[in-house]
Design a protein around this ligand. Structure first.
Ligand SMILES: Cc1cc2nc3c(=O)[nH]c(=O)nc-3n(C[C@H](O)[C@H](O)[C@H](O)COP(=O)(O)O)c2cc1C
Length: 152
């Protein structure tokens, strides 16, 4: 039985949840995780189908993106969505339409991991951070950010 078929239940988990303009049809969601179905960082058919099956099952919100990378200096080596270029836009439009068709909302987790774990070095693009420190998981020596960095 699908979640939607249980909507007459008094179970609190199955009651709608309203957050300002957004109403989720129940309290069941899937949190962000790198499902590994991206194609070079893009959310193609396989990636979309994975989330669509959950939406079809009655989920109210599916979070995706693992944590999607917003800039070329914070890409993961693999397995994460890359939203740093416009190539993602038509795929997101297609993805959104498929998920909304099932009355499910989407939310993309995004981050810039410049000062975080495992950011992939990009040649000619040195990472910036609010402090100069070696990061935990790999030896990364970020350059300390100053206001001049962005304006100079
Ligand atoms: C394989 C895997 C990958 C995950 N990747 C992410 C991620 O990229 N970003 C994130 O915020 N959480 C990530 N998570 C954490 C999940 O979103 C979730 O918070 C966690 O699995 C706890 O929920 P659960 O008890 O229902 O599994 C990941 C979890 C798993 C199992």
């Amino acid at each position: 039985m699908q979640i939607d078929e249980l909507s007459s239940s008094n179970d609190p988990l199955l009651q709608p949840f309203k957050l300002k303009h957004l109403t989720l049809k129940n309290r069941i969601m899937s949190t962000s995780h790198a499902c590994g179905l991206d194609e070079n960082g893009l959310t193609g058919n396989k990636y979309q189908a994975y989330h669509e099956e959950k939406a079809r099952g009655g989920l109210a919100l599916t979070m995706f993106g693992g944590s999607a990378s917003v800039a070329p200096d914070s890409l993961w080596p693999s397995g994460q969505v890359d939203v740093s270029t416009d190539a993602i836009i038509p795929l997101f439009e297609q993805f959104t339409a498929k998920i909304h068709h099932h009355g499910c909302a989407l939310m993309c987790q995004i981050s810039h991991r410049v000062d975080e774990r495992n950011a992939m070095p990009v040649i000619g693009c040195r990472r910036l951070a609010h402090r100069r420190s070696v990061r935990r998981y790999i030896a990364v020596f970020p350059r300390r950010w100053t206001g001049m960095t962005l304006t100079g």
